[in-house]
Design a protein. Structure first.
Length: 466
């Protein structure tokens, strides 16, 4: 067999990819017809593909490459650790220096009494841990009937069976089913679902659906509520400011554990270390992954409050763990990533430089005829595409048709901006500089213009009835 390398012609790479690589979240037949885009390398916020395009990565990979591509310190930390101790486990009363140092660093950065880290290799795994952990917590407290977890429709918590069940994506539930004991309430998505209510009243109403659901199930049967401070994969849905304080109040009133899934919002994305700080909430458990290592190594975890750790810790052995819980190489990479974040003041850069600069331009996109609302918290943004802004109307075409067309224009203009339905979303590397933000905005605007012209030509600028 010939050696496959970055010098192999694109068509040959695509042929082999189609023949042997079964992709996640991909329509295989459609991809096989088209051929996957082959990414070869990255530097800062830029990617290079096998055709030589220089692409601005407006999504930081999958919301994770927060310090940007090409940071040499991270592979150097990995190499040092691999030579010293490439692997050892953390089961059976053993530990190692990277797991110790990383858990102490995370405890230092996390707010309040979140001081204990249970490691996993991904966000999905960490949420699977959370399911078992909150149920175990109530067993130890001698209330074993408390096992229902309430989550939100259109939330995303990963795609293992547990994570996918917590998530509220019907397409995921349809492929393989759900675990028992998970219930969903509606999302705080004012633009699409707010009707005639003002945003604050709507935020309160949607939070109060939690209370109604608790009363319907019986408070003595509910273990926890889980939500993302800002829904990411659901379309960068920023809740009204009334939402989270009310959720916190209801959880406290009924003694229900609050899990903040900070897999995207953690580690600087919202302009604070954690999204919970941005929204003024104090969860009992946080899910982390993605930005923890800037995606350079697979690692995630659950940060537990003193109280949760004490209760579960007092119940004898917690029968749960992964071979790669606290993997030394991934932990060493994460630790180095957090050192870079701190030494270079990257959270301050988001808050005081990149966010204000991008906000001034991103929020103005509402002047474009196709854009109804624009949201930006830290460096997590979205725009709603609409044929009629005043009515906040959806398109008559099947949801996602217009978003997909817009994303194709972005691809053609060497900008990675994703679509969720007919909403466009960005989450660029946190190190993005003002001159790169100018490029992002210029390419996004050009893509919107082209998309708009195409919709007009094809007669698709039509609002859905009702
Ligand atoms: C990506 C994501 C996950 C899943 O993480 P994986 O590492 O893909 O398993 C969980 N929760 C949220 C909020 C995410 O964005």
């Amino acid at each position: 067999m010939t050696t496959i390398s970055t010098n192999t012609p694109t068509a040959e790479l695509q042929r082999l990819d189609a023949a042997h690589h079964f992709h996640p979240f991909t329509d295989k037949a459609a991809l096989d017809r088209k051929g996957a885009r082959v990414i070869l390398r990255g530097e800062g916020v830029w990617l290079t593909d096998s055709e030589g395009h220089r692409i601005l990565d407006g999504m930081a990979g999958l919301w994770c490459v927060n310090v940007g591509y090409g940071r040499k310190e991270l592979p150097e930390a990995a190499a040092r650790q691999m030579l010293e101790l490439p692997y050892y486990n953390t089961f059976f009363q053993t530990t190692h220096v990277p797991a110790i140092a990383l858990s102490a660093k995370i405890a230092e950065l996390a707010p309040g009494n979140l001081n204990h880290v249970f490691f996993a290799a991904s966000g999905s795994e960490a949420n699977d841990t959370n399911i078992r952990l909150v149920r175990r917590y109530w067993q130890v407290k001698e209330q074993p009937e408390r096992r229902v977890i309430i989550a939100r429709w259109n939330g995303y918590h990963g795609s293992t069976l547990g994570g996918g069940s917590l998530g509220g994506m019907k397409g995921i539930h349809a492929h393989g089913g759900m675990i028992d004991g998970v219930e969903h309430i509606r999302q705080p998505y004012w633009w699409a679902e707010g009707g005639d209510m003002d945003e604050d009243a709507f935020g309160l109403a949607r939070a109060q659906e939690l209370e109604a659901k608790i009363l319907e199930i019986g408070a003595d049967k509910v273990a926890a509520f889980i939500g993302e401070p800002i829904q990411g994969a659901g379309g960068v849905i920023v809740p009204p400011k009334t939402y989270w304080p009310e959720i916190q109040r209801i959880c406290r009133k009924y003694g229900i554990l609050l899990i903040a899934d900070e897999v995207i919002t953690g580690f600087g994305r919202t302009g604070n270390w954690f999204g919970s700080q941005t929204f003024g909430i104090t969860p009992d458990i946080m899910t982390i992954a993605k930005g923890l290592s800037s995606g350079y190594a697979p690692i995630g975890g659950s940060i537990l409050s003193d109280e949760v750790a004490e209760v579960v810790g007092s119940g004898g052995e917690f029968a749960h763990g992964y071979t790669y819980s606290g993997h030394p190489v991934a932990a060493a990479v994460a630790l180095e990533n957090l050192r870079i974040m701190q030494d270079e003041g990257i959270v301050d850069h988001v808050k005081n430089v990149a966010h204000p600069y991008l906000a001034e331009r991103w929020l103005k996109l509402t002047e474009h005829p196709l854009v109804g609302e624009a949201k930006l918290v830290g460096l997590m943004g979205s725009i709603a595409l609409t044929p009629d802004k005043a009515k906040r109307a959806a398109f008559a075409s099947e949801a996602g048709t217009v978003g997909y067309r817009c994303r194709e224009r972005c691809f053609a203009n060497d900008l990675i901006m994703r679509h969720v339905g007919d909403r466009m979303i960005i989450s660029p590397p946190l190190v993005i500089r003002p001159e790169e933000i100018d490029v992002l905005i210029a390419r996004a605007t050009k893509s919107l213009d082209e998309c708009y012209a195409g919709l007009k030509a094809d007669g698709l600028l039509v609002a859905k009835e009702g």
